[in-house]
Design a protein around this ligand. Structure first.
Ligand code: ATP
Ligand code: MG
Length: 450
């Protein structure tokens, strides 16, 4: 008891029986009241029932760094069934890798039983089951807290916070790495990246999000192992891409990916985009806007974001098809379909985003029509706002005249009289009656009314 008070006051470290350093409040500064109520209650209920119940992973790391965690995960020595029985509002998720969702109001806490990477059931086989590249094929064996720490990816993600004692259990000097702002993988880097190549993408994401430096030993094998991402299911890669792009640090993340040579396996289109000055300006503007929105807690739409990533390709195909004699609108629609088809093999953006991406793209030529009733009709379009934001990015990157973006910004702001005065002479063709002969001045290339 006296030792505990001493440790609490002076922030001393002790070592637990399992080999972790146990850091008192003064050494880490995380207070119990910084936890979400539901997370706290979950840990307390587990503890009252005689189990361990610690906050783990990203939440501990973020609290240590003075950031607000986006979700709270709890690790325990209780089995999923035992957890399930303790919480009235809870359910077991998953078959192979079971976790328990504990719900309080609208908050859900993910409770995971300590796991081990070691294969304990098959005594004769002392090798862990991996594929021919070293990829780990099972991760569903229960283990001790120390085993659980060792199977986690980075030292800063293997910290356990015990709210009842306000202590952090640190197995791999994660607190020190946090202070040094170093991202270090646990164990032998090559083995750990082979076990799960997605950890390479996570390294790039965390380095960008936290503004951490990747430890040189952790970084070294990445260039050689990056091609292993080809063996990962596309849906998992897509989830990681989304996390990176929605991290609030997408711009830095994308550059980090490219610097590590990891984009081939995740966003192969980055090469073509970033090598072209307009494309680079466009993507930079798009990612900056997304990062700014997330910083302000505004919603950022994945469809909008993927729409921007694919736009440089759509634009290129659109222009090529038009140069080949296609009319603008059909050329744009052909370009959209071609690009969406081609990316499915690479990044696998789920089809549910297609509709919105296409709408945003298809509205772009309509911003050119600034006469008659057309601008008013465009304002009423349900996707006007997203399409207008997209237009501003095109203007910012120099793809179109800045004047066009400014015109549309003003048109939304001013009153009816002023709007009327802003209208341009309608150069687009009026809806024509059938069989009407073309007047001599009319251009065959005008965009048909959409
Ligand atoms: P974020 O703030 O992005 O949610 P996080 O660290 O909480 O960061 P999650 O993907 O939510 O990341 O994972 C929770 C924890 O699970 C991690 O902190 C890490 O300890 C462990 N983990 C997740 N993915 C892996 C992996 N591929 N290999 C090893 N451990 C992992
Ligand atoms: Mg998390």
């Amino acid at each position: 008891m006296i030792r505990r008070i001493f440790n609490k006051v002076f922030g001393r470290k002790t070592r637990s029986a399992s080999g972790a350093q146990v850091l008192a409040h003064a050494a880490h500064g995380i207070r119990r009241d910084q936890l979400d109520d539901c997370a706290l209650k979950t840990c307390e209920t587990l503890a009252q029932a005689g189990y361990k119940g610690y906050l783990v992973g990203g939440a501990v790391r973020d609290l240590l760094l003075g950031k607000t965690p986006k979700d709270f995960d709890v690790a325990t020595d209780a089995t999923p069934e035992e957890v399930r029985r303790l919480f009235r509002r809870s359910r077991i998720i998953g078959r192979r890798f079971q976790i328990v969702h504990v719900m309080c109001g609208r908050v859900t806490i993910e409770v995971t039983t300590f796991r081990s990477n070691e294969q304990k059931e098959t005594d004769e086989v002392d090798e862990r089951p991996t594929d021919e590249h070293g990829r780990l094929l099972t991760d569903n064996v229960f283990g001790s807290m120390a085993d659980d720490a060792a199977r986690r990816d980075f030292t800063i993600n293997a910290l356990y916070y015990d709210p009842s004692r306000e202590e952090v259990h640190d197995y791999f000097d994660g607190v020190a790495d946090c202070k040094k702002r170093v991202l270090r993988i646990i164990g032998d880097p090559e083995t750990r990246f082979r076990e799960d190549p997605v950890r390479m993408l996570r390294a790039a994401r965390f380095a960008a999000k936290l503004d951490f430096h990747i430890d040189p030993d952790t970084r070294r094998p990445v260039a050689t192992l990056a091609p292993l991402l080809a063996n990962i299911p596309r849906a998992r890669i897509f989830d990681e891409a989304l996390k990176l792009l929605m991290s609030g640090h997408a711009l830095r993340g994308v550059h980090q990916l490219r610097a590590e040579g990891l984009h081939h396996g995740m966003l192969p289109l980055l090469d073509t985009i970033l090598d072209d000055p307009t494309g680079e300006r466009f993507i930079t503007a798009a990612l900056k806007t997304t990062d700014a929105r997330i910083a302000q807690d505004k919603p950022a739409s994945p469809a909008f974001l993927f729409g921007t990533l694919l736009w440089p390709q759509v634009l290129q195909r659109w222009q090529a098809l038009e140069a080949g004699g296609e009319k603008p609108q059909p050329a744009l629609f052909m370009a959209m379909d071609e690009v969406l088809d081609a990316q499915r093999g690479q990044l696998a953006i789920p089809r549910r985003y297609d509709g919105m991406m296409k709408e945003i793209w298809a509205l772009q030529p309509r911003f050119e029509q600034r006469g008659g009733q057309r601008p008013y009709r465009l304002l009423e379009h349900p996707r006007f706002r997203a399409a207008y934001d997209f237009l501003l990015l095109r203007a910012e990157s120099g793809e179109i005249d800045a004047e066009m973006g400014e015109w549309w910004t003003r048109f939304q702001d001013v009153d009816d009289d002023e709007r009327e005065s802003m209208l341009k002479v309608d150069s687009a063709p009026k809806p024509r009656r059938r069989r009407k002969r073309k007047s001599p001045g009319e251009s065959a290339n005008d965009t048909p009314p959409a």
